[in-house]
Design a protein around this ligand. Sequence first.
Ligand SMILES: [Zn+2]
Ligand SMILES: [Zn+2]
Length: 221
Amino acid sequence: MDMQVKADLHVHTTYSSDSVITPKELVFYAKKRGLTAVAVTDHNQVEGALKIAKEIDFLIIPGTEISSLHGHIVGLNVNELIPRGLSADETVDRIHKAGGIAIACHPFALLKGSIGGHVSGKFDAVETINASAFPFNRATSKANQLAERLKLPKVAGTDAHYGPVIGQAYTLIDSEANVEAIVKAIANGQCKPEGTCISLLMRLENQGRFFWKYLQNSKTA
Ligand SMILES: [Zn+2]
Ligand SMILES: [Zn+2]
């Protein structure tokens, strides 16, 4: 078998209140970037990802980004809702019970609800490249050290909330192009993170909604 999947493993759609990416846009940018799969990882839900996977003609890995007590955790190949607010440990257990794999996303990025030192060998992979992590170099090198210390596979994703960000970072996976095979290959370490950080301009677009909300909230507070 000699197949390779090129996937952005961390994308938010309009099913996350802070993203503007519609399913149509997701496919447009994914194809433009030469991706063969995208993981839809909306915050604390799965319905959007499942719906999109059925509706569009593109390989979608259904996922979710869970706000655990200790920080964000991405679950891939998860078809059921995992409750938020549980410990990192229990969240990983729930993901595994649901048949998925647990990824320590952006473990050291600032302003992202990062999990930091709460990552254990129980996780299946570390997102060592998160294209929108800040400060990028520091977050990336610390995540690399963590993955190496725990001997965990390394993956990449963009955390896109804005279409053109999709595919700036991606994971190459030695796998057949189906969800089960992809998550198995990642857990086995048959994957490689690629790509880099987004430009400052893209960062503003990517987080524009976040800043807008922040301003609105601080006005009403
Ligand atoms: Zn996050
Ligand atoms: Zn995210």
